[in-house]
Design a protein around this ligand. Structure first.
Ligand SMILES: [Zn+2]
Ligand SMILES: [Zn+2]
Length: 399
């Protein structure tokens, strides 16, 4: 078996990893676009022979979750190559991208390519010729994100995608690995937080408690967070219910939340009876009872915010976007008031959580990806584990 990280050995996001069997079956995991950053110089274009140009020579692509840095370049893939995505992930991605197509941000041609994605259910095994893939659901800031367990040529490989263990479903990560995976020959592991400080992250549940306090103390609250960070929205929703405020969002966000409600049995995702989509008619209700409204950087959100000048603004996504060196800064600074509360916790595993995954699957070889500090894995002092630090495109043979 051969592994090639085409992109993502020394950067966060934009990852593409290839697994090739001895017989020549080739799959790629993720086809991400580079995250917006201060440095536009890194590898903006992706060109892989047999995948994005030339004669099609990959059997399939698997997408671990719907974040753009994992799926964003799907339209560069040669159309003959099937793309697989978790069923729920695909449906969320479709709701998101349909909105963008209506606003002419993406084309309807691209939308039909998303429509054509093949789907799988978790944890059903999928066979692509002599490669078997088992998706394992993990905790992340994307709903229905997966690690992929790959078996082929008598070898076992785990690709972590993006994950964390401090979210609502974090405890299930290690037990799922014990149940479905066990020891592996190679672990391809994300290390996003290894370039950051190592203090333990706030748990999503603690964030919910802090939000509840803010909502109780403030009658009119706007919260800015990613529309597809479902576990964050679930925490905000729960905090809103506990503080007896109205829970308001726009039609698109409501559609997304009702979809999650319809496919989930957990009480965490029961949005249906409480979510109100905004229109001018509910303004008197909002004034009387107080509210928590999810907003984004768009005209409607800004209009409602102007109607409530004495409101509280909670910024609940990555702080980096408020930094001058990022492209979003220009746009967001017009939107985010100077006085705002920051309430966020990472979608990525911290040092200890990454280490616990490594210790659980005891890899003989570890290949860091999705990290600006891949050599940070060396500080974990993992037993009987060789840490490879390849360059993008370098071949690793599992013998
Ligand atoms: Zn990512
Ligand atoms: Zn992600």
């Amino acid at each position: 078996m051969q592994i090639i990280v085409h992109r993502g050995t020394h950067q966060i996001g934009g990852c593409v990893t290839e697994i090739k069997s001895e017989k020549g079956t080739r799959i790629a995991i993720d086809i991400g676009e580079n995250l917006p950053s201060s440095d536009d110089e890194i590898n903006l274009d992706l060109s892989i022979e047999g995948l994005t140009y030339g004669t099609p020579n990959f059997n399939a692509i698997f997408i671990t979750h719907y974040h753009g840095d994992h799926v964003g370049l799907y339209n560069k893939v040669l159309p003959q190559i099937p793309i697989y995505m978790g069923e729920v992930s695909k449906n969320i991605y479709k709701i998101l991208q349909t909105r963008l197509a209506k606003k002419h941000i993406i084309s309807y041609e691209d939308l039909s390519r998303i429509d054509a994605f093949k789907t799988f259910k978790i944890p059903e095994k999928i066979k692509i010729d002599d490669i078997t893939i088992t998706p394992i659901e993990v905790d992340h800031s994307a709903f229905n994100a997966q690690m992929l367990f790959i078996e082929c040529d008598g070898k076992k490989v785990l690709h972590t995608g993006d994950f964390r263990t401090h979210g609502q479903r974090g405890k299930a990560v290690i037990s799922a690995l014990e149940k479905y995976v066990g020891q592996v020959d190679c672990l391809i592991c994300e290390g996003t937080t290894l370039s950051r400080d190592r203090k333990p992250p706030m748990k999503e549940f603690e964030l919910q408690q802090k939000a509840e306090q803010i909502f109780k103390e403030n009658k009119y609250v706007f919260v800015m967070c990613s529309s597809t960070n479902i576990d964050r929205i679930a925490a905000i929703h729960k905090a809103t219910l506990n503080s007896h405020r109205l829970f308001v969002c726009d039609d698109y966000q409501k559609e997304l939340l009702l979809y999650i409600d319809s496919i989930s049995r957990s009480s965490l995702y029961k949005f249906k009876n409480r979510v109100l989509s905004y229109d001018d008619n509910i303004l008197p209700l909002m004034q009387e009872y107080g509210f928590v409204m999810l907003v984004r950087d768009n005209y409607t959100s800004k209009q409602v915010m102007e109607f409530f000048p004495r409101s509280t603004f909670v910024y609940s996504q990555w702080d980096g976007y408020l930094d001058k060196k990022f492209k979003q800064y220009e746009h967001l600074q017009q939107f985010v008031p100077k006085q705002h509360i920051r309430l966020h916790t990472s979608g990525h595993a911290d040092f200890e959580a990454i280490k616990s995954v490594c210790e659980c699957v005891k890899p003989k070889i570890l290949v860091p990806i999705h990290s600006e500090n891949p050599s940070g894995f060396q500080d974990m002092n993992l037993e009987n584990c060789e840490i490879k630090l390849p360059k993008d495109g370098e071949k690793i043979n599992l013998l």
